[in-house]
Design a protein around this ligand. Structure first.
Ligand code: UDP
Ligand code: MG
Length: 328
């Protein structure tokens, strides 16, 4: 998003000031929306703070948007931003952070895996003066393979980037307005918010335990390729280690190859060529070296692809409709 668009988005906060924005990314969540709204309403209304419920419809192909539209007609606290197509949860979060007007912004998934009733836990902790408060899942109710994958990823990523994203942290997060404004200054297209949050809130974050339930309806929108894509985004956005690793690997093999060549020459000169130096050994060595080269090219490609995405200057997301009682 360029500066003008950023200003537009920031202007959209100009309407009524609210104390709390709850941002919900929505992709094909038709069976969860009504219950989610009832429970958000039940949890927030009695607390007497002004709030808005900002739903980002990430190009749903079911009738999620119709349901959101109906909610918007019934409840003045509901705002809806609808994308022209599916851009992914990260972009929905990006839009939510830009359009939210609240002094405090809470991110929560639409699938009711985390409980709207626990929002006050997060906001109370935030009021102690943190930039960001994570809801940490006490017992994560996801399939075993998914949990194992997350655990391995967060440890590997920590080693590679030095950024500690708690692996049990859910998408249930409360953020302070100043922190949201800082996040909105970042214009990266291939964004990975958990990494960005952890990187920027260095030392000024807290975590509170929250309960976690199995998905209420529908199924997870995350497939294995999507998760691998997210992990790659995290590594490539925060670390140049893979590039350096490719250089080291290349250097290592150059040294090895040179030594091998010297050894072969020496053996030839001494007329005692060993029998293992046959065709198979050569073929295996070639396969290994071309593999390493392809790997290194692939690593460069990952970064080049990201540079390409950034220089194209396409907007991170495109909005089709905005439903807002407030004013913009
Ligand atoms: N989501 C989205 N766009 C996508 C995929 C997911 O906005 O392309 C939303 C989804 O509707 C939900 C949240 O992101 O509110 C988390 O998605 P999901 O429950 O599928 O992820 P998981 O809980 O498996 O991590
Ligand atoms: Mg979920």
């Amino acid at each position: 998003m360029n500066d003008d668009r950023l200003e537009d988005a920031q202007d959209s906060r100009g309407g009524r000031p609210v104390q709390l924005s709850v941002v919900v990314p929505v992709f094909n969540e038709r069976d969860n929306i009504d219950q989610l709204h009832d429970r958000l309403d039940g949890a927030l209304r009695p607390r007497g703070r002004t709030y808005e419920l900002l739903f980002i419809d990430d190009g749903s192909t079911d009738d999620s948007f119709d349901k959101l539209e109906a909610l918007h007609e019934r409840d003045p606290a509901v705002r809806v931003v609808r994308f022209v197509r599916n851009f992914g949860q990260q972009k929905a979060v990006a839009a939510g952070l830009r359009y939210a007007r609240g002094d405090v912004v809470v991110l929560i998934d639409a699938d009711l895996q985390t409980l709207p009733e626990e929002i006050p836990k997060l906001t109370d902790k935030l009021a102690e003066g943190y930039d960001i408060v994570y809801g940490i899942r006490e017992r994560r109710e996801d399939p075993l393979l998914r949990k194992l994958g997350s655990w391995c990823m967060s440890h590997l990523l920590y080693r590679m980037t030095g950024i500690d994203v708690p692996d049990s942290a859910s998408g249930f997060i409360a953020l302070d307005r100043r922190f949201v404004d800082s996040i909105n200054l970042f214009n990266e297209k291939s964004s990975y918010f958990s990494g960005l949050f952890a990187w920027l809130s260095y030392g000024r974050w807290a975590a509170v335990p929250v309960s976690h339930q199995a998905r209420q309806a529908g199924r997870s929108n995350y497939t294995i390729p999507k998760l691998i894509g997210l992990a790659l985004n995290f590594v490539c956005n925060f670390s140049e280690m893979p590039l350096r690793f490719a250089t080291y690997l290349g250097g290592g093999f150059v040294i090895l190859g040179t030594l091998g060549l010297i050894a072969c020459l020496a053996a030839h000169v001494l007329a005692s060529a060993p029998s293992w130096a046959g065709l198979w050994a050569l073929a295996a060595a070639m396969a290994l070296f071309s593999g390493v080269q392809l790997l290194a090219i692939g690593v460069v490609g990952e970064y080049l692809g990201r540079v390409y995405t950034e220089v194209k200057q396409r907007p991170a997301f495109v909005v089709r409709d905005i439903l807002d009682h407030g004013g913009d």
